[in-house]
Ligand binder design. Structure first.
Ligand code: NGQ
Ligand code: ZN
Length: 464
């Protein structure tokens, strides 16, 4: 049995669907062969259905999985993003390293079972409950490194720089004490993490949290330090998610957030602008032309009442995009694609908005675009089924009732994204040439999820 290859009757390559493809990879899990063949070679396993590239998840705050479903009630005031944030800060204030690791491990198992093969962690809870550094200053980053290695998901670790509570260098609030680092202290953390990340195939980047949280001089210095360490390291930043943020930025600088950033920072293809919900058409066109990735998080953006991203303007300017599960109110790659397309249908009153000139099938077009953009934002070799990329794959189950006897892989993928339960038709998930999910289940499903439940229970007991 050849355990370094897989035969796919239908494989979704960056150029579109191909028939009878033999996928082979080396000991590092990188694809060495993606070619059509006449027959499935003897001894090579045959995929149970169409093979899709694994989906990179470009935006995650792992600890937020612990309170999914627990902020869905009306408070005293008009509930908003900001009232949600106050509730979120209570969990951020209470979580322990052990809880973070258990929650992240459970979450990563869930991600793999739902089609994500790698994740970008936008990691900002750094310090102990009093806001003092742990004895090992990298303690909480290490929890995420261990959790990803245990679950077998690829990781881009983005330690977050957080210094102020608002534009104009407003001092941080009590609730932000676990996040705060000086620029030098952040650069020291990156130096410490670099060899540890390199050793496990994790990519290390930096996330200036937002223009609210990082003053201009710190942004400049942190980027210079990052680029001295690794000139191609990824940079992620939350931006223009809420209209209140746009207004505060205008009041501070006379410019909208994306406009300000484009004028004051070296935004390029290394960058991921997370959300970028509220852009003028001009900001959108300018930003798209830099090669930056828009990090769209449709389920969280809906959950938090952010607004609707204008995908048409973005794409007309050649804008790249990928998806993230962010607060993990939904953990499912196909569902994020569905929600994104539906947001566009609701806003424009059209259908199949995110289909493309070369891919009429919207699920196929979106999968390819989100893998390409997600890979760019991850800065890892996860750009799909192509030579030299990691063998990260989702295998659909052609015998699932909703896919069975359908006439083409396009229709099977459409059924998976738009008509199925968006998880039940996933037969296998592979990461770097290793099966991590078989018959819809990860080997650690029971143990990792019961670990997550126990950690959540303790966290709830300690959260006021
Ligand atoms: C976060 N989450 O950092 O977890 C943010 C909220 C903020 C989202 N923006 C905090 N979805 O932006 O200040
Ligand atoms: Zn976020």
């Amino acid at each position: 049995m050849n355990d370094h290859s897989l035969f796919a009757e239908h494989a979704l390559l960056p150029t579109g669907w191909a028939r009878d493809v033999l996928l082979s990879w080396n000991d590092q899990g990188l694809l060495t062969n993606v070619n059509p063949v006449d027959n499935c070679p003897v001894g090579t396993p045959r995929a149970a259905g169409p093979v899709l590239p694994g989906m990179p998840n470009l935006h995650s705050h792992a600890f937020q999985r612990a309170f999914g479903g627990l902020t869905e009630y009306r408070g005293a005031t008009q509930d908003s993003f900001w009232s949600w944030r106050s509730l979120m800060y209570r969990f951020a204030a209470a979580i322990t390293p052990e809880q973070l690791e258990a929650i992240a491990c459970g979450l990563y198992v869930e991600m793999l079972e739902a089609g994500y093969t790698s994740v970008c962690e936008f990691h900002y809870v750094h310090h102990d409950h009093d806001g003092r550094p742990y004895a090992d200053d990298a303690a909480l980053s290490m929890c995420l490194l261990r959790a990803s290695a245990r679950a077998g998901i690829g990781l881009t670790l983005l330690p977050v720089l957080y210094q102020t509570s608002g534009f104009g260098a407003a001092p941080p609030s009590e609730g932000q004490r676990r996040f705060i680092r000086s620029t030098d202290n952040m650069l020291a953390l990156l130096q410490k993490l670099k060899p540890l990340c390199d050793a496990q195939g994790t990519r290390l980047g930096l996330a200036p949290h937002s223009l609210r949280a990082v003053p201009p001089h710190s942004l400049r210095e942190a980027l210079a330090g990052l680029h001295a360490m690794d000139a191609t390291a990824p940079v992620h930043m939350h931006i223009a998610e809420q209209t209140a943020e746009v207004e505060a930025c205008l009041a501070w600088s006379g410019q909208r957030p994306v406009q300000w950033l484009l004028d004051h920072a070296p935004v390029d293809a290394r960058w991921c602008l997370v959300h970028a919900t509220h852009m003028s058409p001009d900001e959108s066109t300018r930003a798209a032309q830099t090669g930056v990735v828009a990090g769209l998080c449709p389920s969280t953006e809906a959950n938090l009442g952010d607004g609707i991203f204008d995908a048409n303007t973005w794409r007309q300017a050649g804008g790249r995009w990928g998806v993230g599960s962010d607060s993990h109110t939904c953990v499912n790659a196909a569902e994020e694609l569905m929600l994104l397309e539906y947001s566009q249908r609701l806003a424009t009153r059209h259908r199949n908005v995110l289909a493309s000139p070369t891919q009429a099938s919207v699920a196929t077009a979106m999968t390819l675009a989100a893998v390409a953009g997600g890979a760019q934002a991850s800065a890892r070799l996860v750009a799909g089924l192509a030579l030299g990329q990691q063998a990260d794959m989702q295998v659909l189950d052609a015998l699932h009732p909703l896919l069975r006897e359908l006439p083409s892989p396009d229709t099977m993928l459409s059924a998976h994204v738009f008509a199925s339960h968006r998880q039940s038709a996933l037969s296998q998930v592979w990461v770097a040439g290793k099966v991590q999910v078989q018959a819809g289940r990860h080997a650690l499903h029971d143990i990792a999820l019961s670990g997550m439940v126990a950690a959540r229970q303790h966290l709830l007991q300690s959260t006021p």
